[in-house]
Design a protein around this ligand. Sequence first.
Ligand SMILES: [Zn+2]
Length: 417
Amino acid sequence: MSEMDCVYCGKVITKRSKEHIVQNALGGLYESEEICCEKCNNFLSKNVDAPFTKIFNPIISRIDNFTKTNNKKSHPSCSGKAIYDNEIYDVVIKDGKVVSCIELGRKLKCDISKLKFEIVAYDFQIDNSSFKSGIGKIAFNFAMEKGIDYEILSKGISIKEKDGEVDSILFSFPIIPFVALNPMDDYIELNTRMELYHNLILFSQDSNLWCYVDLFNTFQYYVILSNEWDAKEPVLETYLQLLQQIDRTKPELYIRKPKHILAYAMFFNVEPCMNLEEFKKRVEVAVQKESLKKNMSDVLSAKLGYDYFNIDKIKDMKKEEARLYLRNEKGLSLKSLLLYFDEEDKFKDSTFRQVTCVGDKYKIVSYPLLINKLLKTGSIDVREYTYKKFERVNAFLAGIDRLNEGDDNDDKEQDEI
Ligand SMILES: [Zn+2]
């Protein structure tokens, strides 16, 4: 197959069309032109993307500052839960407001849109085939964009034709939900500041080719793209895109020692210099130019905070002492910390979400394979982890609602935030 043939229908691509790796409706900015023809692109957007992206309406409808989405003006409605008069009700929410509640409407026989509800949760319907197909498509697109041969991926795609035309396309790659299995991941996913982003990691392990897909820092899955990968050709590609507008206000820098300059220089990715005014100017320029596309390790390091681990302090300790310190202070084991940081304290792209450690000896094993094994034996509960992640995103979204309500009511509620 030449580069100019559509991967789905096999016809020569006459008119190039842009395909988003992560669906545009989800705020995805990453585009590729080479994957398919315009006709198949339109077919996919109607039959795979539309039912998939609908699942995320609760998030899409709350985030106004999605950059570059095609449907900026339309705010979809979604279902959720809200409290009225100390009772929880199933409701329909639009633009952060309850617009319908069948149960309460019947009970009170009045226009419920005038009532003051407190939204507590948004519903996500993820147990359907549209969801699986949508996640699989993202993994497939990312692999294609990174130059993986179509033949290797083709087993996960079923294409049906009718009268010489594509009639159905289904992405049926096996999917494993992510569950945090080490204290470090538990901390990153459940205890650091909530931030909306999409994260993709394409990696090979022996004969397996995986893609880790994390949407909105909430929906996290492993897609197995192939189990016939050539182990002699390791692959590692990452992509991370923020979804909220970047705060471009002048950052406050607390510089007391030269080493703080070095830390900020690393954080903002600028050349360090000892002239404080000049250094501050450089940081300002960097903040203005900042793009939504990020290095994965930068985002994760920033999430953890430069001072979080107090690595200088740990370095001076003896091994046993360091282990105790981490256990006592943060409940983390040294091994689980070393899994993700190199000798220079830099976050490693090469292990994150790919391997984890198990047992007393902290044996390093494949993350997705371990999850799969534990799921099969019933040793872990996906629901517990997923529930915590949903709780986080719901609290985050409800927080945005409260912020907007505050605007309406002359900032009455702003103090609470
Ligand atoms: Zn085509």
